[in-house]
Design a protein around this ligand. Structure first.
Ligand SMILES: [Zn+2]
Length: 397
């Protein structure tokens, strides 16, 4: 069958088509692939050989023979290549190498403040990342892409941080350029909340099309997956719910310069300030999480109250986007069930029965690894994209 788009286009799309069919991990024979694609068996054989050379597919146990010679089967093999996931937090950096199945192979964490600037932070990422890659003793070309989550706004088209409030020296710094030069592979950058939403969705809710990930830490932000895609909005700030006005915060000043923001009353620093009034020595979200974990009654109560206030804002989000799943993440959500309980109480009480009927509200399953797993998931999506598969086939031709 001659495709009217021309032979070259057909060749390109069909290579990927065979890979995209095998990507679900189910083994198939050449003749099954020929039936599924409508291609001649000789063409399928040549393309399977090309994919075998990339090490993205592998022969698996023979299919049950129907009397004649048993047919070889082929399946996706994500173990022969990897990605580097990078989670830059306000006071830490966490990197991990995962294979294309998303299995974490090795990782490393450093206490390094994002405020030390991009050269210092990315310098550590490059040095430590190279050490982790070398220690894996993998074949050349093992590392295929890098994904990075940053604690601030990122311009989606360029991957550059834009006016990040807690990241002095990072404004429009070429993060993807610096990492791509160091490792020789593509680098994708997004803000940490979007990255966590992608990671949680890919790993734990792959069949859910509408998911809201809410991170409660120094600030409060949401990553919105709508109809199966990251929803970014006109200027890329969709999900920035930390500065929604709430009555409890009425006159309370926020770091954004306004008063009355959700963050000003329900994020880590605000909860910590309330706890300091009752004599606790706490400053940031990690301290609040630690106080909750050791069972401090005031801390538990304050976190549950914060959950209720956040829950009220989320009730509006539920009406607007009708998610199937809301995931609460970040250190305060990860410390016990208290933030979740407060949020659930309000969302289930205040949402319409139709919107909340099948709604799951859960804690992040990725927990402390959510951001680095999400950064890896973003990189894996890039590696398995049509263009990237084509490039790998050409490299191995
Ligand atoms: Zn604000």
């Amino acid at each position: 069958m001659i495709d009217q788009r021309g032979q070259e286009t057909l060749t390109g799309s069909a290579q990927s088509e065979i890979f995209q069919i095998l990507r679900d991990g189910r083994p198939r024979t050449r003749s099954e692939l020929a039936t599924l694609t409508g291609l001649a068996r000789s063409t399928v054989a040549a393309r399977v050989d090309a994919l075998l050379r990339t090490r993205l597919i592998t022969p698996v146990a023979d299919a049950a023979s129907t009397g004649g010679r048993p047919s070889r089967q082929f399946a996706f093999d994500g173990t022969q290549h990897g990605v580097l996931g990078v989670d830059i937090g306000a006071t830490h950096a966490h990197i991990a190498i995962s294979d294309l199945q998303g299995t974490l192979l090795t990782d490393s964490v450093a206490s390094i403040a994002v405020a030390e600037g991009p050269e210092a932070v990315l310098g550590w990422v490059i040095e430590e990342g190279a050490r982790l890659v070398a220690a894996l003793d993998a074949a050349p070309g093992f590392l295929r892409a890098i994904g990075v989550g940053l604690p601030g706004p990122v311009e989606h088209t360029t991957g550059l941080p834009v006016d990040p409030p807690i990241m002095p020296g990072w404004d429009r710094f070429d993060v993807p350029g610096m990492l791509t030069r160091a490792f020789g592979v593509p680098t994708l950058v997004d803000n940490d909340v979007n990255v966590m939403a992608v990671g949680e969705h890919d790993a734990f809710f792959p069949d859910v099309d509408d998911l809201l990930f809410v991170k409660v830490s120094t600030g409060i932000g949401a990553g919105v997956i709508a109809s199966g895609h990251m929803h970014r909005g006109a200027l890329g700030i969709a999900g920035d719910i930390g500065h929604v006005w709430v009555p409890e915060a009425d006159d309370v000043p926020c770091r954004c310069g306004a008063t009355g923001c959700l963050e000003a009353i329900a994020a880590g620093p605000a909860i910590a300030a309330r706890l300091r009034e009752s004599g606790l020595d706490v400053t940031g979200p990690q301290d609040v999480a630690a106080a909750v974990t050791r069972g401090d009654i005031e801390a538990v109560r304050a976190v549950r109250d914060a959950g209720r206030i956040i829950g009220r804002v989320l009730t509006t989000c539920v009406s607007l986007i009708n998610p199937a799943v809301i995931v609460l993440g970040g250190p305060i959500a990860n410390a016990g069930e208290h933030l979740l309980a407060g949020a659930r109480e309000v969302i289930y009480a205040r949402s319409t029965p139709l919107a909340s009927g099948g709604l799951q509200i859960v804690r992040s399953r990725g927990a402390d690894n959510a951001a680095v797993a999400g950064a890896s998931a973003m990189a894996i999506q890039q590696v398995l994209s049509v263009d990237s598969i084509e490039a790998l086939i050409r490299e191995n031709a």
